[in-house]
Design a protein around this ligand. Structure first.
Ligand code: ASP
Length: 275
């Protein structure tokens, strides 16, 4: 993690905490925290999103709250700074959970979500060479995510990403898939994932961690058990943020690093790249 990434994470944690401290909902805290990371261009999301093999940034995001299990998501959205806000608007302004592709972009533009300054130029690779270059296992990540617990006892989770390296145009990962990249339920907890989406989806990691919490496991035990299953069953790699409605949390990863942090309002926010 670079020092600017660490500073950005600390700033985002402080903003999220102060929102919660002033009585904002967990949903708002998650959205606002992720917006800071998307805007920074320092992570693989929003202004810093990876490009697909045709040179275009197609981004995914989702958000969910644990009181009424409301959720919103966008996939393959283009040209906007804040996919997380588009996901929240899908949740709040539509009867749906997931919008995709150019019509998700149209929805975001209708709601006047800020546009990225530099629209990418399209690459010149033939489809055949894109198929050859496509990666089989994404191992450079940088998705951004957050989990939060508000005063009413509601948890929320969100995530936003530009996907993995060397992906085919149109590829969608775990991030916008509810139960895979995020899940939130006040009866169990909130989970936000980063990592190799193709493996995370096949184990439905976020919901599986919540199910373990529901069986009485601690946040750390539930996270480690499911991440271990991800490794043994599908040779996967991922990292997770887990928070329960009683305030117990875990940051756990089977990747070599995971830049993340937490803050409870005392001292300075803790930010590290290994947990
Ligand atoms: N999970 C994301 C995806 O597969 C990538 C990441 O976490 O960086 O799209």
């Amino acid at each position: 993690m670079t020092s600017s990434q660490a500073a950005c994470l600390r700033g985002a944690l402080q903003v999220g905490y102060h929102l919660l401290d002033r009585g904002s909902s967990a949903l708002v805290a998650v959205e606002q925290t992720i917006r800071i990371l998307e805007r920074s261009g320092l992570f693989n999301a929003g202004n810093g999103a990876h490009r697909q093999l045709d040179g275009v940034r197609r981004m995914d995001a989702s958000i969910m709250e644990g009181e009424r299990l409301r959720a919103g998501a966008v996939a393959s959205i283009e040209g906007i700074v804040h996919p997380i806000t588009a996901a929240l608007l899908v949740m709040e302004e539509t009867a749906h959970v997931l919008l995709v592709g150019p019509l998700a972009t149209k929805f975001a533009k209708y709601h006047r979500i800020e546009l990225q300054k530099h629209q990418p130029t399209r690459g010149r690779l033939s489809y055949g060479s894109m198929l050859k270059q496509m990666t089989t296992k994404g191992d450079r990540h940088g998705t951004v995510g957050a989990v939060a617990l508000d005063r009413s006892g509601t948890v929320a989770a969100g995530a936003s990403t530009g996907g993995i390296d060397l992906m085919l145009p149109g590829r969608v990962g775990d991030t916008p898939i509810i139960g895979c990249g995020v899940y939130a339920d006040n009866e169990t907890g909130a989970v936000s994932m980063t990592g190799w989406g193709e493996s995370i989806m096949r184990v439905a990691v976020a919901k599986t961690i919540c199910d373990r919490l529901g069986q009485g496991k601690t946040a750390g035990t539930a996270a480690r058990w499911v991440l271990q299953k991800l490794v043994t069953r599908v040779n996967g790699s991922a990292g997770t943020l887990v928070l329960t409605p009683r305030g117990q949390f875990a940051i756990s990863h089977v990747t070599s690093h995971m830049a993340a942090g937490w803050w409870d309002g005392k001292g300075k926010p803790t930010v590290r790249d290994q947990f």
